[in-house]
Design a binder for this molecule. Structure first.
Ligand code: G6P
Length: 489
């Protein structure tokens, strides 16, 4: 037996997502980089060991001048990020249009644009073309970073053509694709014009991943129904070529939160917030201001709870962090006004001279503020109408080691499949049911809270982002070896 450990080179991983983990804003000649919002970034930040990772994506800003591109590229490179430059028109047609006014609502069961949503856009055909062009730009950016042996991991609904363009450039490239949203029932998916082209493009990947088994099953059904290919236990088979399809539930980096709670800055925020909300139970919502998050429905449920529980009126506060997102898309603008109107109404109805029941913020919090507010919360409300996974629920659990608060969680979030036994599951459309669950959560006995928290905490700390990435990449490597063996047989 040899006595020296065998040094294996770290595998290079090219992570490609529409949005880089940092977004840039220009301040004169300088660039200000800020952590981007959303579950995808939150999970991928946890993927730090085991791979030499490079990120390729859009920095969220149009940089038309060469000097700007050079200085921003240099700042991003220090963070392991490599930009794709998208001009304003591409952003409008590809990102605002096809990604966020067509695919995003379709994948979350809202359906294709109709009436005012359709009037607010140019034709789907034009947007689809822009989508393909943008995907080609991402492919070129990947290719310029690619070295033989790299694993290329494409993320999300923005980049469904990317596997195809990459394979066209180099058929030997190891390419995986992961969807961070639900994949809807084929009954919804098949309404999409040009539905086959997208499916065929994704199927050129070696491995396709979803958060849950249901999403994977819906995808396979869409392929069999629309393309007439064969669904097998491993995935989708077309004329002897197998594309592996499987579920890989995502997680967070729980340690990042647990360790933050021990820092002085978070501890002092916790103290401040406790003093500020003394004598009242704190309920919390943290969402991007997106129609899939069910914020209006959540507010209506809270209003019903206050209506029916007079004694609770001055003893509970709902802190709602609503992070602005996709603000150029009409539906998001409409939602913002709607949410503001409901918050105003409830605060007007139930507020007093010194306090209001809803503390609503139209912005994100800094990481240490977020940890502190998670830690002092008694009840978290995650009431998405549809959600791929929802990692806010995971982050809340990670920060509740002391308090052991209650999680109210939508049945329609992927997380319901992993935190279902510890959370109170609700149908977010049923406002009365959610109102009753709020009461149950606020009055839950300590023993039950402890038990529910123990269950959730165990899950969140064992099903981490790192484990998710390790499993996906090792499955991708195996899939390729198996495919090579099959060709030798
Ligand atoms: C979701 C999507 C991500 C996206 C994030 C933020 O989590 O799955 O791909 O990055 O929302 O949305 P934005 O449009 O701001 O990138």
């Amino acid at each position: 037996p040899h006595e020296f450990p065998i040094e294996r080179p770290t595998q290079r991983l090219l992570v490609v997502a529409n949005r880089l983990p940092v977004s840039a804003t220009r301040k004169g000649d300088d660039w200000h980089l800020e952590l981007s919002a959303g579950g995808l970034v939150s999970a991928l930040l946890g993927v730090k060991q085991n791979f030499e990772t490079r990120w390729i994506g859009w920095a969220g800003v149009n940089v038309p001048d060469e000097h700007g591109q050079q200085t921003l590229a240099a700042a991003l490179a220090e963070n392991g990020c490599f930009p794709v430059w998208l001009d304003d028109d591409t952003v409008d047609q590809y990102y605002n249009g096809y990604c966020n006014n067509v695919l995003w609502p379709l994948f979350h069961y809202i359906g294709l644009p109709q009436e005012d949503r359709l009037a607010a856009t140019r034709s789907l055909q034009t947007q689809f073309k822009a989508y393909k062009v943008a995907n080609e730009m991402f492919a070129r950016a990947v290719y310029s970073q690619y070295q033989e042996g790299d694993v290329v991991w494409c993320h999300d609904y923005h980049l469904m053509f990317l596997p195809k363009f990459l394979k066209d450039m180099n058929s030997q490239m190891k390419v995986g694709w992961f969807l961070h949203t639900p994949f809807p029932s084929s009954e919804i998916y098949r309404t999409l014009p040009l539905r086959s082209e997208l499916l065929k493009a994704v199927l050129t990947a070696d491995l396709i991943g979803f958060h849950t088994y249901d999403y994977a099953r819906h995808f396979v059904s869409a392929c069999t129904r629309i393309l007439g290919v064969e669904g097998t236990p491993e995935g989708v088979e077309d004329q002897g070529k197998l594309t592996r399809v499987a579920a890989f539930p995502i997680g967070i980096d729980p340690q990042r939160f647990i360790e933050a709670l021990e820092t002085d800055v978070v501890k002092s925020h916790i103290q401040e917030l406790r003093a500020r909300f003394a004598g009242r139970k704190v309920m919390l919502g943290v969402d991007r201001l997106d129609m899939i998050k069910g914020i209006p429905q959540k507010l209506l449920a809270f209003e019903k709870f206050l209506e029916e529980n007079i004694d609770w009126r001055d003893k509970v506060i709902l802190v709602q962090i609503a992070v602005p997102t996709r603000t150029d898309v009409y539906e998001y603008q409409r939602l913002t006004s709607q949410v503001h109107e409901i918050v105003g109404r409830i605060n007007g109805r139930f507020g007093t001279l010194t306090t209001v029941p809803i503390h609503h913020l139209d912005r994100s919090l800094a990481f240490h503020e977020l940890c502190a507010v998670y830690a002092i919360t008694d009840v978290a409300l995650v009431t998405s109408l549809r959600d791929g996974m929802n990692l806010v629920s995971y982050e809340f659990v990670a920060c509740q080691t002391q308090k052991k608060g209650v999680l109210i969680l939508s049945e329609f979030a992927g997380a319901a499949q992993s935190l279902g036994a510890g959370a109170i599951l609700v149908n977010p459309w049923n406002v009365s049911d959610v109102a009753m669950s709020i009461e149950d959560a606020l009055t839950m006995k300590e023993a039950e809270r402890n038990e529910r928290h123990r269950h959730n905490f165990m899950h969140v700390t064992t099903h981490t982002a790192q484990a998710w990435a390790d499993t996906f990449v090792s499955e991708l490597n195996d899939t390729i070896v198996e495919a090579e063996l099959r060709t030798l047989r």
